[in-house]
Design a protein around this ligand. Structure first.
Ligand SMILES: *Cc1c(COP(=O)(O)O)cnc(C)c1O
Length: 223
């Protein structure tokens, strides 16, 4: 299937989910996750009109960034090692996996502009997942006040790999409530408006629960 065909199918599903909650397409950023695919396939996604792309490894992001000529926005969505921050920082428009102070310090030191970051939350509490525990999130965000290159744009999570729709929905809802709590603090460094949640298997539920940034890999560009 071409990316264009996949995109049309996905856009229909997105539209249906948006209608259920009276939201508009412009509230939503679709990030094409290219981590499994070639530069050529990533280029195909760009040509299909996807201007936000996501990678979860520094090496691969750099490789694609340097070989694909476009004005796409790159999103770093994977676990980032402190020592690699300097390699990706001037290439990305957002980091979706902020979960510790060592990364914050590196971003603050290395970035030439204010970087939009999503704090990654391990809502489900699975030991295999990265991210802060729910109760750690607000104190962590509050502790970032002095780092002027880091802006907490929102929160990010990954739902459990489950067939139980209600379980997935609860995870997304929980992230939204945490986002509301953080935003209500009106911290200058943490507007915290956005919710990066929803992948190929659960994006419709994520939209219904308020997602603003979808991260779609396998169903969009393939795996
Ligand atoms: C791989 C990945 C995705 C995309 O997953 P699909 O299920 O293929 O859509 C989204 N977010 C993160 C953090 C990922 O690592």
């Amino acid at each position: 299937m071409s990316v264009q065909e996949n995109l049309q199918r996905i856009e229909t599903k997105i539209e249906n989910a948006l209608q259920k909650t009276n939201r508009s397409r412009s509230d939503l950023v679709l990030i094409g996750v290219t981590k499994y695919v070639s530069n050529e396939r990533a280029q195909e996604a760009i040509d299909a009109g996807i201007l936000d792309l996501g990678e979860n490894r520094a090496e691969e992001l750099i490789h694609k960034y340097e070989n694909i000529k476009s004005n796409a926005n790159w999103h770093f969505i994977g676990t980032l090692q402190s020592r690699k921050v300097k390699d990706v920082i001037d290439k990305v428009s957002a980091i979706h996996s902020l979960d510790r102070l060592s990364i914050v310090k590196q971003i603050n030191k290395r970035s030439s502009k204010v970087m939009d970051c999503f704090v990654q939350v391990n809502v489900s509490g699975e030991t295999t997942k990265h991210g802060l525990k729910k109760e750690e999130v607000i104190p962590f965000i509050e502790s970032l006040a002095g780092y002027d290159k880091v802006r907490v744009a929102g929160l990010m999570t990954m739902a459990p790999d489950s067939d139980d729709e209600e379980e997935i929905r609860q995870v997304f809802r929980s992230l939204r409530e945490l986002r509301d709590e953080a935003a209500a603090k009106h911290l200058a460094h943490a507007p915290c408006h956005f919710l990066s949640m929803g992948m190929s298997n659960d994006f419709q539920i994520a939209i219904e629960e308020g997602a603003t940034h979808l991260r779609l890999g396998s169903q969009l560009v393939g795996s």
